[in-house]
Design a protein around this ligand. Structure first.
Ligand code: FEO
Length: 168
């Protein structure tokens, strides 16, 4: 038997396609967060900048997690092209709103793959995706809490709002 024999793919082909799309979406989210971090950094909004730098890392780690999962199970993961992202933002609140929209988009995509995996009987992918379902619920809640906080602080100076942005 050949030593370097290719592991048989145990994932459903359709699910692998969706996972590759998800790899791209997570990479896009990472790039978006990096643009947000830059906007905040330029305005000395240190906590917000740190928050978005961390988010950028986190999204990249999500991308890598799916990437490895596909390859480890006999599929072919594709390195995602880095897409152009907008660096124009109106306000700090606007950035967090954009961030919530991006998270909702990711959540919907994860739910779609999860449902599809169940439908086609790809239990390996379904179990793998459970972690992402939980993670997305937490991510969305985190951003909603920050938006509530920003609204509560009303017309306070931006620096004071920034000091309350969680960095852990
Ligand atoms: Fe990995 Fe928050 O999407």
């Amino acid at each position: 038997m050949e030593a370097a024999i290719r592991r048989e793919m145990i994932l459903n082909v359709e699910i692998v396609d969706l996972l590759n799309k998800q790899i791209m979406l997570e990479q896009k989210a990472s790039s978006k967060y990096l643009a947000m971090a830059s906007w905040c950094d330029q305005r000395e909004l240190r906590n917000s900048a740190k928050y978005f730098y961390d988010q950028a890392e986190e999204e990249r780690s999500h991308m890598m997690k799916i990437f490895k999962f596909v390859n480890d199970n006999g599929g072919s993961a594709y390195s995602p092209a880095v897409q152009e992202v907008s660096h124009e933002f109106e306000s700090l609140r606007g950035i967090f709103e954009t961030s919530l929209d991006a998270e909702i988009e990711v959540t919907n995509a994860i739910h779609h793959i999860f449902k599809k995996a169940r439908q086609v009987g790809d239990f390996t992918s379904e179990i793998f995706l459970q972690w992402f379902v939980t993670e997305q619920a937490e991510e969305e809640e985190k951003v909603r809490d920050i938006l509530d906080l920003i609204d509560l602080m009303g017309d306070m100076p931006l620096k004071m709002v920034d000091e309350r942005i969680p960095t852990e």
